[in-house]
Design a protein around this ligand. Structure first.
Ligand code: SF4
Ligand code: SF4
Length: 148
């Protein structure tokens, strides 16, 4: 370990405290996109529609503490399931660190500013619509391929 290295570079995910784990999330919102699954082959398709609770401007959950009572299939990421969730974006901080890769320069832990990812276009801001404004029958029309 050199003096220049920060805690997220020296600790494994398993070694991190709960506050450290929570602070890793970059706030991109990409894990809150509505996804459709093909029941014939299990393929997953992403949309540009977000969960009803996502604030599409801040890209934050509008009821993080009470979310599971409203969105029953909201998945809480933890050290045990991080490798089992195939649909997490490549840019997800947890995926990157788990793979031994560095956090991007726009990550708040590197830039010191939680707004940096928005100015880099790395979040969902300006690219999505809430499912509150999309009829269930129209969701398939919103399937897109995200580049992350
Ligand atoms: S994709 Fe990963 S980094 Fe982005 S909001 Fe979800 S958990 Fe956080
Ligand atoms: S409930 Fe909140 S954290 Fe869960 S998917 Fe919806 S916006 Fe994201």
């Amino acid at each position: 370990m050199t003096s220049e290295q920060s805690w997220w570079q020296t600790k494994s995910l398993a070694e991190m405290s709960e506050p450290e784990w929570e602070s890793l999330c970059d706030g991109c919102g990409k894990c809150c996109l509505v996804k459709l699954q093909d029941y014939d082959n299990d393929d997953i398709y992403f949309t540009n529609v977000t969960c009803e609770l996502l604030d599409t401007e801040s890209c934050q959950c509008s009821d993080y503490a009470g979310r599971h009572a409203i969105v029953t299939d909201c998945i809480k990421l933890d050290r045990n399931n991080i490798n089992e969730i195939s649909w997490l974006p490549q840019s997800c901080s947890y995926r990157l660190l788990d793979a031994g890769l560095p956090l991007p320069e726009w990550h708040h832990l590197r830039s010191g500013d939680r707004q940096t990812l928005h100015s880099y276009g790395a979040s969902l801001r300006g690219k999505v619509i809430s499912e509150r404004f999309v009829h269930d029958d129209d969701i398939e029309d919103h399937i897109i391929k995200w580049i992350d």
